[in-house]
Design a protein around this ligand. Structure first.
Ligand SMILES: *[C@@H]1O[C@H](CO)[C@@H](O)[C@H](O)[C@H]1NC(C)=O
Ligand SMILES: *[C@@H]1O[C@H](CO)[C@@H](O)[C@H](O)[C@H]1NC(C)=O
Ligand SMILES: *[C@@H]1O[C@H](CO)[C@@H](O)[C@H](O)[C@H]1NC(C)=O
Length: 366
């Protein structure tokens, strides 16, 4: 082989390597526009965002090894991140998420979390990012509404937008997210009702919607969700009764409905459920009797029915529960003898105070 041939091969290889390493020009421009809308004054996380090797050297940027396109932006202000462990650094970023991010057409992950100060809206154009799987903007000051057509993001697995100031409704299109596993919208200002057909989210395992201003009743369709394990609706304005069928869900393990305006009676299915082991219904206006349906399959790490309008006695069957770690029946209208037995031996008076006429250990004798 002549020297010229070898030279050309080497040259060609170099040319290929350098195209692979350098950022596709469109992606580079989009990243620079994204960066210019943010200000991170203390650590200098964007110092590495210079030159054209965005796939190699840029902090928090990752590219798809096959296409060479930017696939991931991951900027976490969490303390566990290695860059924060060396010295004390203030973790704070202001500015907004530029719509230029939508020009990174191959993005599958956006994590811009715990920077406390990023404001502005979620760019609506984010719903055009067809490859997006993971959207995490938790712990900022994001305002505005969720993109109406978020349901177009067919690959979305994770939506984590907790701890922001997001307003407006849960978009109706959300039920089209066939592969959504994790939805965390806690601690925002979301209002309106949960879409009636929320149960279409058959892959959803965690629906965390606590501390918003959600109204309306709990959609019965939730009971058809085959993988839901955690449903948090605490601290909203949810009304109506708890659908009986919810206690029949075999995967549900934590149900937090506390601090709402729920009425109706307490479904027995919740207390006899095999899988449910943390139930908080505190601070509602649930009335009627506590169903006498406990049994050896009832296993609660925590059962909080306090601050409701429950009347009658504590059912005897509760003594047959296999375990009740924490029980709170205080602030109801219960009466009569507190059952004895192993689930009760460790409980303190505070579990039973402020009822009409409960008596027996750990309260006064009857
Ligand atoms: C869900 O997707 C279907 C099919 O693409 C569409 O016809 C429907 O309008 C979408 N639903 C919502 C609520 O956006
Ligand atoms: C719950 O399951 C029980 C036992 O399978 C059944 O008898 C009951 O009708 C179900 N309740 C609802 C509301 O689906
Ligand atoms: C249940 O919810 C109430 C009201 O939101 C809260 O104060 C209480 O700590 C919760 N109970 C448990 C066991 O977490």
């Amino acid at each position: 082989m002549g020297a010229a041939v070898i030279f050309s091969i080497v040259f060609l290889l170099l040319a290929i390597t350098s195209t692979v390493n350098s950022c596709p020009p469109g992606d580079l421009a989009a990243l620079l526009a994204f960066k210019s809308a943010l200000k991170e004054p203390y650590i200098g996380i964007f110092k590495s965002w210079t030159g054209n090797k965005c796939c190699e050297n840029w902090y928090g940027v990752d590219c798809d090894s096959k296409t060479g396109r930017v696939a991931e932006i991951s900027l976490r202000g969490e303390l566990e991140e290695p860059m924060f462990q060396k010295a004390y650094h203030e973790r704070y970023m202001t500015g907004m998420i530029s719509p230029a991010i939508c020009k990174l057409h191959h993005l599958s992950t956006i994590i811009i979390s715990e920077w406390k100060g990023i404001s502005g809206n979620i760019p609506a154009c984010i719903s055009t990012l067809a490859h997006l799987r993971h959207l995490d903007l938790v712990g900022n000051k994001i305002t505005g509404e969720l993109p109406t057509d978020i349901g177009k993001l067919q690959h979305l697995n994770v939506i984590n937008l907790a701890d922001n100031m997001i307003t407006g409704k849960i978009p109706a299109s959300i039920v089209n997210l066939t592969y959504l596993v994790h939805l965390d919208l806690r601690n925002n200002k979301i209002s309106g009702e949960i879409p009636r057909n929320f149960g279409k989210l058959q892959m959803l395992s965690r629906a965390l919607l606590s501390n918003n201003a959600i109204t309306g009743s709990i959609p019965a369709s939730i009971a058809t969700m085959g993988r839901l394990s955690d449903l948090y609706l605490s601290d909203n304005q949810i009304s109506g009764a708890i659908p009986d069928s919810i206690g029949n869900m075999s995967t549900l393990s934590t149900l937090n409905l506390d601090y709402n305006i729920i009425t109706g009676t307490l479904p027995g299915s919740l207390l006899s459920s095999e899988g449910l082991n943390a139930l908080n219904l505190s601070r509602n206006t649930i009335s009627g009797y506590i169903p006498d349906v406990f049994g050896p399959r009832s296993y609660f790490t925590s059962l909080d029915l306090s601050h409701n309008d429950l009347k009658g006695t504590i059912p005897k069957s509760i003594s047959s529960a296999s375990y009740i770690g924490h029980l709170d029946l205080s602030y109801n209208h219960l009466c009569g003898q507190i059952p004895s037995g192993s689930p009760f031996d460790h409980l303190e008076a505070s579990s039973f105070t402020d009822n009409t006429c409960l008596c027996g250990l750990p309260l006064k004798k009857c």
